[in-house]
Design a protein around this ligand. Structure first.
Ligand SMILES: CCCCCCC/C=C/C(=O)SCCNC(=O)CCNC(=O)[C@H](O)C(C)(C)COP(=O)(O)OP(=O)(O)OC[C@H]1O[C@@H](n2cnc3c(N)ncnc32)[C@H](O)[C@@H]1OP(=O)(O)O
Length: 722
């Protein structure tokens, strides 16, 4: 795991633990042994630590955090490096992160390739840099920079790291030979100030103010997370004598390590990577199927969704033909695209040149015929099956044989859309989330006949356009909207039973969502849900009015439709579940008119309102969704619980420190979740979604604590084998 060799009078310790040279037990042991051996060897004058392959160590081995500790810990290894009598140089390339950067800061010198990145991403794992990183970074880069880097977890370019004193030298070309030259230029002994423990933290004079500013920022931006706060406290402790600061860092680290948040965030790290791996059958899976190249694309529909998708494709360097029949709508769409890109320039996320390059790749068009030669088309028109079937039928005639046809539908059956073509193997759903140029999730939806090649291509496309692609099977609403429907329905029933929109939203925001369901409703527009309900009614042969209380025996709340019919469409009209200073404004105010509408609605329907507890709001919102999540696993619509969690984290802003709804259920305990679902089923028999999922029942009553990794297989085995 650490190869030891000598080059003239230099010992080279090369970490060899692919893919990212994580500091696993064997690596730590190898580094400790290597430093000792080099110090004992009279011929050796200096020591270089370097990574083999793509990177310098990118951090501790995250999978070891949940296992019993083995071998020397990172601090022991680091202290061994610092106390080495012979100078130790860290030679950095790739991503030098977390524990990797700590090893570099224990070293006496740091030299790096210009392309390297350094950083402390521990905060994203619910941790702090617990091997003295919080004590050492302020000693080279100052309190303010250390607080910013450690609480944001951002990757810092080598150039910026050099400017802030984290690196001593940048080099080009061969890192090892440059490091050997550097080593040859060093004195034989280690100067006092090259051992960072001997250096005071920079910025001590303004430390209190820096801390307060940083604390306010994390409270605003990372509300609910405990790690950023502990990170700040630990960095502040760097003002104390070294041993005292390190002791405080240790206490704050242990507090985090044993917290539920760190466990959830580490689960998310692996879930995000697992979600991009896909398996449908022995023939259709990631290992067997290759993506076809996508060099040219088309998007149909220049509305908000279509324009957002175009921006995402352009930003990834893909040329796009945007088709919209109506010239005014096309112009509006192109202006929207320009506006979004200009916004990125204003925020310094891209340069004007990059924006112009993107715009050169955009071809507006009014006829589908212009798509005849593209590799992949994404249809993003209004959510109407007939319209989509018509468009896919035409595309099938127009596009070359190999073109992959994607629908940005959020609910409709991909098999039905595919049947409108003679190439169902090349038809797939690509469900983007609004705003498409911001939201990281891409829910890819395969139909019965979608080929493995088509799936591989859109999963690959997801990565190319910097989204997190998750694969699910077609059904009404797929995973995201199928589960969300339960969440939203329960929210509307809770209003009827006793909550007000702001009371509900406050509870769910305290749970960790960035916005409660009613603020989200106002943001998306109440007309969207209204149209979907009317379409659904039409398709299923019933009518919905503001007096409707039941639909086909199921309880229904018409409150949202009442607001719609009063012209309260949300932010865009300045009135929705809340009121706003003006149309388009962001700040929501409680509106007494809405309270009156709700109270009258309840009175007319004969509903006696009651006080509803926080626990009931959270349980009904989350457990109804979780029950549906288990059904998705049961039906094979989702292939693993991680996929569901990633969909909620990146599609709906589920709090990362709770892991996702399925992980959250595992922390509550499936037996408890199942009991409460049974209780709500008994209490609300007119809402059939409370019928407990068979899979959940099997898992919850198995008498064993079945790990999440076995939930999907449990869907296919009978109870006796559980
Ligand atoms: C008393 C003792 C106190 C001890 C205190 C210890 C304090 C130190 C803590 C830490 O160091 S925490 C870890 C900090 N580092 C990170 O968080 C980096 C995480 N990794 C990444 O951000 C990325 O992987 C990357 C390095 C930027 C590379 O990205 P890329 O997209 O190229 O590859 P990935 O698909 O993300 O990863 C490839 C492969 O490697 C696995 N992996 C990556 N990092 C780690 C890790 N630190 N530990 C274990 N495994 C890691 C990742 O899961 C992928 O695996 P597969 O999915 O391919 O199986």
């Amino acid at each position: 795991m650490v190869d030891y060799r000598t080059v003239k009078s230099v010992a080279v310790l090369e970490v060899n633990n692919p893919p990212v040279n994580a500091l696993s037990y064997n690596v730590r042991q190898g580094l400790q042994d290597g430093i000792e051996r080099a110090n004992k060897d009279k011929e050796i004058k200096s020591i270089i630590i370097i990574g083999k392959g793509r990177t310098y160590p990118a951090g501790a081995d995250i999978s070891e955090f949940s296992k019993p500790h083995k071998g020397p810990n990172l601090i022991e290894v680091g202290l061994g490096i610092e106390s080495s009598r012979k100078p130790v140089i860290s030679a950095i390339h790739g991503t030098c992160l977390g524990g990797g950067l700590e090893i570099a800061l224990f070293s006496h010198y740091r030299i790096a390739l210009e392309s390297a990145k350094v950083g402390f991403p521990e905060v994203a794992l619910g941790l702090l840099p617990g091997a003295h990183g919080t004590q050492r970074l302020p000693r080279v880069a100052g309190m303010a920079f250390a607080m910013e880097i450690i609480t944001s977890g951002r990757h810092v370019s080598a150039r910026e790291a050099l400017q802030h004193g984290i690196l001593d030298k940048l080099v080009k070309g061969n890192l090892l030979s440059e490091s050997l030259d550097f080593a040859a230029s060093l004195p034989f002994s280690v100067p006092h100030n090259r051992r960072l423990r001997n250096v005071p933290a920079k910025g001590a004079e303004n430390a209190d103010r820096i801390f307060e500013v940083a604390l306010n920022k994390v409270k605003q931006k990372q509300n609910g997370f405990i790690a950023p706060i502990n990170c700040l406290k630990a960095v502040k402790a760097a003002l104390l004598p070294y041993e005292e600061g390190a002791k405080i860092e240790r206490e704050l680290f242990m507090e985090l390590l044993t917290s539920g948040q760190a466990k959830a965030q580490q689960y998310v790290f692996f879930a995000e990577r697992a979600a991009t791996r896909w398996y449908v059958s022995n023939e259709k899976n990631q290992k067997k199927c290759s993506a076809v190249p996508v060099k040219t694309t088309g998007v149909i529909g220049a509305g908000t969704m279509g324009s957002g998708i175009v921006v995402t494709l352009l930003r990834a360097g893909l040329p796009v033909i945007l088709v919209e029949q109506d010239s005014q709508n096309l112009e509006r769409g192109v202006n929207m695209i320009k506006g979004i890109l200009q916004g990125s320039v204003n925020l310094k996320r891209m340069t004007s040149q990059q924006m112009n390059k993107c715009l050169q790749q955009l071809t507006p068009a009014q006829s589908l015929d212009s798509l005849h030669n593209v590799d992949l088309v994404i249809e993003a028109v209004f959510e109407n099956l007939k319209l989509k079937e018509e468009i896919f039928g035409k595309l099938d005639e127009i596009c070359k044989q190999q073109t992959i046809l994607c629908s940005n539908t959020s609910t409709l059956d991909i098999d039905k859309i595919a049947r409108a073509t003679k190439r169902p193997d090349k038809v797939i759903g690509t469900h983007f989330f609004a705003p498409a140029f911001v939201m990281p999730l891409l829910e890819n939806v395969y139909g019965t006949k979608t080929s493995g090649e088509t799936i591989a291509t859109v999963m690959n496309l997801g990565k190319t356009i910097r989204k997190i692609p998750v694969l699910v099977k077609t059904c009404h609403g797929f995973v995201a909207n199928r589960m969300l429907a339960r969440y939203q329905t329960e929210a509307s029933f809770l209003l009827e039973e006793g909550c007000l929109p702001h009371e509900y939203d406050q509870v769910m925001e305290e749970f960790g969502f960035p916005m409660g369901a009613f603020k989200v409703g106002d943001l998306s527009g109440l007309d969207i849900g209204y149209r979907i309900r009317q379409e659904l009614a039409k398709a299923n042969g019933y009518t919905v009015t503001t007096d409707t209380r039941y639909i086909q025996g199921e309880r229904f709340s018409s409150l949202a439709d009442k607001l719609y019919e009063l012209g309260r469409l949300g932010r865009k009209t300045g009135k929705g579940w809340y009121k706003y200073d003006r149309p388009g404004a962001k700040e929501a105010f409680v509106d007494p008119d809405v309270t009156d509408i709700i109270l009258k609605h309840c009175k007319d329907a004969g509903i006696i309102r009651r006080k509803i507890s926080t626990q009931e709001i959270v349980e009904r919102s989350m457990y109804s969704s979780i029950n549906e999540g288990f059904r998705c696993l049961e039906d094979g619509v989702a292939s693993k619980p991680e996929d569901i969690d990633v969909i909620w984290l990146h599609g709906f802003g589920f709090p990362r420190y709770r892991g996702g709804p399925m992980y959250y259920a595992s922390t509550i305990g499936l037996a408890e979740v199942y009991d409460r679902i049974c209780y709500y089923h008994k209490t609300f028999p007119e809402s059939s979604y409370w019928v407990p999922s068979d899979l959940l029942r099997k898992l919850a009553t198995s008498g064993r604590n079945i790990p999440m990794s076995d939930w999907s297989t449990a869907a296919t085995v009978n109870k006796s084998r559980l």
